[in-house]
Design a protein. Structure first.
Length: 278
């Protein structure tokens, strides 16, 4: 049987990609309009100081486990993996209807078919006849721990956003030291001043165009994932209680807010997409 899930797709996140393009166009365009050249800010030494120093500081401040998770999260901001709440509701209501007709044990096949780890665990607890209060407590612990881990990973990027401007200042000071050592050589003076200012630009730019926005986007993704899991929790608890599937749908639609859930024809199979959990 084909695996089913409840997540979004692996499509590129246009908001992130366009954001980088617009930010780069605005900054570089302003530089050019002011008579500057792009090569004026292409300083390998400054980039090495800022990026190397920032990465090193973050590694010192962060446990390795959290650091790996943050790196994966950072790579993931370019892909849109937002959960489709409409598809999720259809899937969960379908489970409720099946359990109402054939009993809770009938959900075992669906549990084995899904690649959504949280949904699989929830369904297996239902099939195993776990007490309602115990099931809710176990899944709430999972949700809280996953949210805590996600917040820790987002804070890594926030830390990088705090370190990089300061590292940029260190780069500026190092450049000025070279200026003071070579006041008699005008070429060396110019190079040192260039490195000084560019290091500051790199530090502030990395913080405000990459690290801090990425941390905000990761927190938004964590919030949506938590909301998705809470919907699953409410659905399986309602299934155990034997609540009518129509009432379960009404309850779950309260989570969607801005997303409009379109009713599908009776007998239609819910469209689901694979989800991968870290």
């Amino acid at each position: 049987m084909a695996k089913t899930g409840t997540g979004g797709g692996g499509k590129p996140d246009l908001a992130t990609l366009l954001g980088f393009v617009i930010a780069a166009a605005g900054i570089l365009g302003g530089l050019i309009f002011e008579g500057g050249k792009i090569k004026d800010i292409l300083q390998f030494t400054a980039a090495m100081i800022v990026l190397g120093g920032t990465v090193g500081a973050v590694m010192i401040a962060t446990p390795l486990r959290v650091l790996k998770g943050a790196a994966n999260r950072l790579a993931g901001i370019f892909m849109d993996a937002s959960p489709s709440f409409g598809n999720l509701i259809e899937l969960l209501v379908g489970y409720a209807s099946k359990a109402r007709k054939g009993g809770l044990v009938g959900l075992e096949e669906d549990a084995q078919a899904t690649n959504d780890l949280f949904l699989k665990k929830a369904l297996m607890l239902v099939v195993d006849g776990t007490d309602l209060q115990e099931l809710r407590a176990m899944l709430e612990i999972d949700i809280a721990l996953d949210e805590q881990h996600g917040e820790e990973e987002a804070k890594v990027l926030e830390s990088a956003g705090g370190f990089s401007p300061t590292i940029g200042i260190i780069g500026a000071v190092l450049g000025l030291i070279q200026v003071m050592k070579n006041l008699a050589n005008i070429d060396e003076v110019g190079h040192g001043i260039a490195v000084s200012f560019v290091a500051t630009v790199y530090g502030v730019g990395a913080a405000n165009l990459l690290f801090l926005p990425a941390a905000a986007k990761i927190k938004a993704a964590i919030h949506l994932e938590t909301q998705r899991k809470e919907m699953i929790l409410e659905a399986v608890c309602s299934i155990i209680e034997g609540i009518n599937p129509k009432l379960i749908r009404a309850k779950l639609e309260g989570y969607t807010h801005a997303e409009t859930v379109k009713a599908k024809k009776p007998g239609a199979q819910p469209q689901t997409e694979p989800v991968t959990e870290s």
